[in-house]
Design a protein around this ligand. Structure first.
Ligand code: TXA
Ligand code: MG
Length: 494
């Protein structure tokens, strides 16, 4: 199978159009109608949550809008593949690229597991374009109830964070034998036999338009091959899934860079099953979510653990580049930096079985406090090459700051405190920057880039998470960054 990348150029123009096309919701009056038997729910949701409508090509008929027209055609083509075929389509969201399939068709959903090489006992997140579509997943055809099927506990979250990087767990209507089937019936493969399903409305206008044009909710895991770091560009998807899928929609680099936060509000107190784009502090500001708890394991892989994880995805190896990742937790701030030593390098290379004279590739990925090379000294005989890789996190450096910067030194000799030495064929210094948003955007891309450059071992400077940090600052998605790093790491130095 030949894999094509289809570039979408006019997302901003499309956004403008869709916002204009979506009905304005005022004074709590809902525009909901149609598929749910004309049942009307009173909605207090503002924005364009209720209905997401994509204009027809005729609306983009003039010649000055060739771009928009071409993009609509590409989206239409993708939507048709999703409706008619059992091969998933990769598409961008604001978090990471997803591998989408019609969530109502078993054959299509099985196609996801086949392409990813993912175990099928791992449930998938269902993506909807608007609340109308969500209600059609929850409500039965014969239902005439006027109460909103979306559980009340989620209303403050939907109001504040949708569309966006938040996944909520909802009761799976399929698991009830009493109720008639819902208007849109999820394929059993989506939920892996669970009585709940995870759902989110992505912020990406491209993603919402694709879902809307397909006319079906899309089940979509991250579009990486199983166990690999999640993809944040179309090229990442291509690198993993070339030959396994037909089409990748390319909407550029993802804005958030780590996956959505997964929450369960159906239990008391509500819990976070996976940290992500929405932080625990932000959740706690919402009514009913003040005492939300962490229910995720934040350590390394619990391989061989007999414990049944609450979010099934948590039990598998994840986010891993080929190299051995060694994570340095940072709680001490600037004054007590947890640095890399040459002894650490020697030990890591011994553990991966590299002979002393072999040309090894060592990478140092630094964030807030580490100096160049994480504090390791090297003799000046090596050749230094700077290359500023702005494309890694899709950012261009602003004035006086750099995006992601990579410096490569060939034939380096590293020197430790007591004259201890270690040879490295190449040593890579990667500076992800101090801003946690930028770190999140660049993280997966950097892990992938280190694979491409043949890194044997990657030393990573962690970031402090609010609560762990003595400064007590709001670290936003630091929890998500550290959660992914801890899973990718085979060793953690505290
Ligand atoms: O940002 C995201 O969420 C991305 C983009 C593509 O939307 N998607 C994503 O999907 O990360 P995936 O399949 O890689 O991760 C799904 C996570 C897993 O940890 C899974 O266990 C959890 O959500 N999950 C899904 N349904 C669940 C359920 N019913 N109960 C508990 N956990 C669930
Ligand atoms: Mg994933």
């Amino acid at each position: 199978m030949k894999t094509r990348i289809s570039k979408i150029n006019s997302e901003q123009e499309l956004l403008g159009r869709f916002a204009a096309a979506a009905p304005q919701i005022q004074n709590g009056a809902s525009s909901l109608n149609g598929m749910t038997n004309g049942t009307h729910h009173t909605s207090h949701f503002g924005k364009d949550l209720e209905r997401w409508e994509v204009p027809s090509d005729d609306d983009a008929a003039s010649e000055s809008e060739e771009n928009v027209k071409a993009d609509l055609a590409a989206l239409q083509e993708a939507a048709q593949l999703l409706r008619e075929r059992d091969i998933p389509v990769a598409f961008p969201t604001e978090t990471v690229y997803g591998l989408g399939a019609d969530a109502t068709r078993s054959g299509a959903v099985k196609g996801i597991y086949a392409a990813k090489g993912r175990p099928s006992d791992n449930p998938l997140i269902v993506h909807v374009c608007d609340l109308t579509m969500l209600r059609n997943l929850l409500l039965s055809t014969s239902s005439s109830t006027s109460s909103d099927p979306i559980p009340a506990v989620y209303k403050p979250l939907i109001d504040r964070f949708w569309p966006g990087p938040l996944t909520i767990l909802l009761p799976n209507p399929n698991s009830s034998t009493q109720l008639p089937p819902p208007v849109l019936r999820l394929a059993p493969e989506v939920t892996a036999g669970l009585s709940t399903f995870g759902c989110r409305m992505p912020a990406s206008p491209l993603a919402r338009s694709l879902i809307s044009l397909t006319g079906r909710p899309l089940a979509a895991p991250s579009a990486n091959a199983s166990t690999r770091p999640s993809p944040t560009t179309a090229q990442h998807v291509y690198d993993d899934l070339d030959g396994r899928i037909e089409l990748i929609l390319d909407g550029g680099a993802c804005q958030v860079g780590v996956e959505s936060t997964v929450v369960d509000g159906l239990c008391t107190p509500p819990v976070i099953l996976r940290p992500g784009g929405i932080s625990i502090e932000e959740l706690r500001q919402c009514a009913g979510w003040e005492s939300v708890e962490k229910a995720y394991k934040d350590q390394q892989q619990h391989n061989g653990s007999k414990e049944v994880p609450r979010a099934p995805g948590m039990k598998y190896k994840h986010y891993s580049p080929k190299a051995k990742v060694i994570l340095y937790e940072q709680q001490g701030g600037e004054n007590r930096k947890n640095l890399v030593t040459v002894e650490d390098v020697t030990q890591a290379l011994n553990e991966i079985g590299k002979e002393e004279d072999e040309k090894v590739v060592v990478a140092i990925v630094r964030t807030r406090y580490w100096p160049f090379l994480g504090g390791i000294k090297h003799t000046a005989e090596g050749q230094q090459q700077n290359n500023n890789s702005t494309e890694l996190n899709g950012e261009t450096a602003g004035e006086g700051e750099s995006a992601c910067e990579i410096t490569e030194i060939r034939d380096a000799v590293l020197t430790g405190s007591e004259g201890r030495m270690e040879k490295a064929g190449r040593i890579l210094d990667v500076n992800l920057g101090k801003d946690v948003g930028g770190i999140a955007r660049g993280l997966f891309a950097v892990l992938r880039e280190m694979d491409k450059r043949g890194a044997d071992v990657i030393f990573v400077e962690g970031v402090a998470v609010a609560g762990d940090d003595k400064d007590g600052r709001d670290d936003g998605i630091a929890a998500a960054v550290m959660n992914r790093l801890r899973k990718a790491a085979s060793e953690i130095k505290t």
